[in-house]
Ligand binder design. Structure first.
Ligand SMILES: [Zn+2]
Length: 348
C-alpha cells in the first residue's frame, strides 16, 4: 500500500482531495499505469449526491472515477502484450476469470466482478493504479488520452448495438439523449444503421446528438416519435428501439415505434419496476435484449476510434485539472444540458 493523493468521496455529499492508502504491488499478471485522463460518469456523481446506487452503499471513504486512460509505467513478470511507455485505457471491471459467468463469456455479469469506484472498490482519480494486463488495452497513436477515457461509456453503446444484432440499413430509435443515449446512437450507426432517431425533451442535448450525420433528433415536447419513424419507414416501424432514458414514461409508447419482429434493447434502468404492454409486444413478436455494462467491447471500440469511424471528441464538454476535481464534480452535479462529458486530467 502507498499513500497517494486522490479524489476521495468521504461520505454522501462530501469530497476531499487527500492522501489515502492504495494498493501499489504489481502482481505477475498486472501492469501499473500512470493515470492521464479520467471521465466523470453519472455513477460517480450519483455516489456523490446519493451515497449509493441500488445495493451498493458508500460505507467507507472511496476514491471515485472509472473511465480512464494513461501510460504503463511497470509490467508484471508474466506480461508480454504491454510494456512501459505504452498508452492505454482500462476496463474498470475485473471478474473472477474462473467463474461460471466468465467461462460462458459473460464476464460482465459475474457476481464477483470488482468494478472501480463501486463500493467497496476504489476508483482511479489518483496518480497510479495497478490493473490486470488482460483488461488493459493499447491505444493507437491517433487516439488521444481524452478519447481513450471515452472508450468506457462508448463500450456500453457497442454492447447495446451488438445485442440488437443490427443489419446493414436498419433504422434505429434511441429514447434519451444523455451521454449513454448518444453513445448508443453512434455505435448503432457505426454498426450498420442507416438512420438513428434520437428522442429527448432537451433541445441542447438533441443539438449535440444532431451534429452527427445520420442522427435525426426528435424533441418530444413538440414532435411525436412514432410520426417521425413512420415517415422514415413508410409506417413499417424501426428495426431496433434502444431505451436509454430509464424513464418509466418512455415505456408507455416505446413499442409503438417498433416494427413487427423488431428488437427492443433495454439500457436505461428505471428505479421502480415498470409496466410493459406484453400483448402488444407479443403481437409484434418483439425480441427483448438487456445490457449490463459490456463484455469484449474494448478492442472493438478502440478499432472504431483508431480507424476514424467514430469521433467522440465533440462530446468532451470541458476538462479540469486534478486539483480542481471537486469543482468538476460540482459542475457535473449541476447537470447542464450542454454538458455531455466532463474530464479530469492528472498532473504529469
Ligand atoms: Zn461510466
Amino acid at each position: 500500500m502507498t499513500e497517494t493523493r486522490s479524489l476521495v468521496l468521504e461520505r454522501k455529499g462530501e469530497l476531499a482531495l487527500r492522501e489515502i492508502d492504495l494498493p501499489s504491488e504489481v502482481g505477475p499478471n498486472d501492469v501499473k499505469i500512470a493515470i492521464h485522463t479520467v471521465g466523470v460518469c453519472g455513477s460517480d456523481v450519483h455516489y456523490y449526491t446519493h451515497g449509493k446506487i441500488g445495493p451498493f452503499v458508500v460505507n467507507a471513504p472511496m476514491v471515485l472515477g472509472h473511465e480512464a486512460a494513461g501510460t504503463v509505467v511497470e509490467v508484471g513478470s508474466n506480461v508480454t502484450n504491454l510494456k512501459a511507455g505504452d498508452r492505454v485505457c482500462m476496463e474498470p471491471g475485473i471478474p473472477d476469470s474462473n467463474s461460471r459467468a466468465s467461462r460462458l463469456g459473460m464476464y460482465n455479469v459475474d457476481p464477483a466482478v470488482q468494478f472501480w469506484a463501486t463500493p467497496p472498490v476504489h476508483g482511479v482519480l489518483t496518480a497510479q493504479v495497478v490493473h490486470p494486463a488482460a483488461y488493459t488495452f493499447k491505444l493507437p497513436d491517433n487516439v488521444s488520452f481524452a478519447e481513450g477515457a471515452m472508450i468506457e461509456p462508448f463500450a456500453v453503446g457497442l454492447q447495446a448495438a451488438q445485442k440488437a444484432r443490427i443489419a446493414p440499413g436498419d433504422v434505429g430509435v434511441v429514447i434519451g439523449a444523455g451521454p449513454i443515449g448518444i453513445m448508443i446512437a453512434l455505435a448503432a450507426l457505426a454498426g450498420g444503421c442507416a438512420t438513428v432517431v434520437i428522442a429527448d425533451l432537451s433541445a441542447e442535448k438533441l443539438a449535440i446528438a444532431g451534429q452527427y450525420p445520420g442522427i435525426v433528433p426528435v424533441d418530444i415536447r413538440s414532435q411525436n416519435v412514432k410520426d417521425v419513424v413512420d415517415g422514415i419507414t413508410e409506417g413499417w416501424g424501426a428495426d431496433v428501439v434502444f431505451e436509454a432514458s430509464g424513464s418509466p414514461k418512455a415505456w408507455a409508447t416505446l413499442l409503438d415505434t417498433l416494427r413487427p419482429g423488431g428488437c427492443v434493447v433495454v439500457v436505461g434502468m428505471p428505479v421502480e419496476p415498470t409496466p410493459v404492454d406484453w400483448s402488444l409486444a407479443s403481437t409484434k413478436e418483439a425480441r427483448f435484449e438487456t445490457v449490463f455494462r459490456y463484455a469484449h467491447q474494448y478492442p472493438r471500440a478502440i478499432q472504431m476510434m483508431g480507424s476514424g469511424k467514430v469521433d467522440l471528441k465533440p462530446l468532451i464538454s470541458d476538462t479540469y485539472p486534478f486539483e480542481k476535481s471537486i469543482e468538476a464534480f460540482d459542475r457535473a452535479v449541476e447537470g447542464r444540458p450542454t454538458d455531455v462529458k466532463i474530464q479530469i486530467t492528472m498532473p504529469s
